[in-house]
Design a protein around this ligand. Sequence first.
Ligand SMILES: [Zn+2]
Length: 158
Amino acid sequence: MRVAGAVINPQLAEQVRDSRWLDRTLDEIWDRYFGDTPRVNIVEIGYGGAWKTRLGSITLSDDHRTTYIRINSLLRLPEVPEYVTLVTVAHEMVHYAHGFGSPLPQRYKHPHRGGIVKRELIRRGMELEYRQYDHWVYNYWYDLYDEYLRQDTRPTSA
Ligand SMILES: [Zn+2]
């Protein structure tokens, strides 16, 4: 059982950045930065686990009809700047455009090798957001994760 603290308050966070917000964000990012990427199947976005080393993931169903984008559930916390969530969604969109987790033709052999995701985000006009994201993840992500873990395991009777 998790204790709501000053730093992490999942109930508040739920209101701030809920799954509807995530749906809207995907549509906005698609319109604004990925206008040349066709939506060739159903793309579902939602929050996943509180993973330590993964901010997002994209997978394709066996019948190729549905793509699932999952965003680390800690990214809805108010302590996480909005641009971190935006760039994470855009990162998964780059994979979609490159044919990873999507029915589109696969344009590269590996999804990340050679810094192709970063290069693509910059090419599409997200350089500022990417730099902010990179800085934040490098400096704050593991602290936030550790803080979350501490709260998650604290006894409720304390
Ligand atoms: Zn990736």
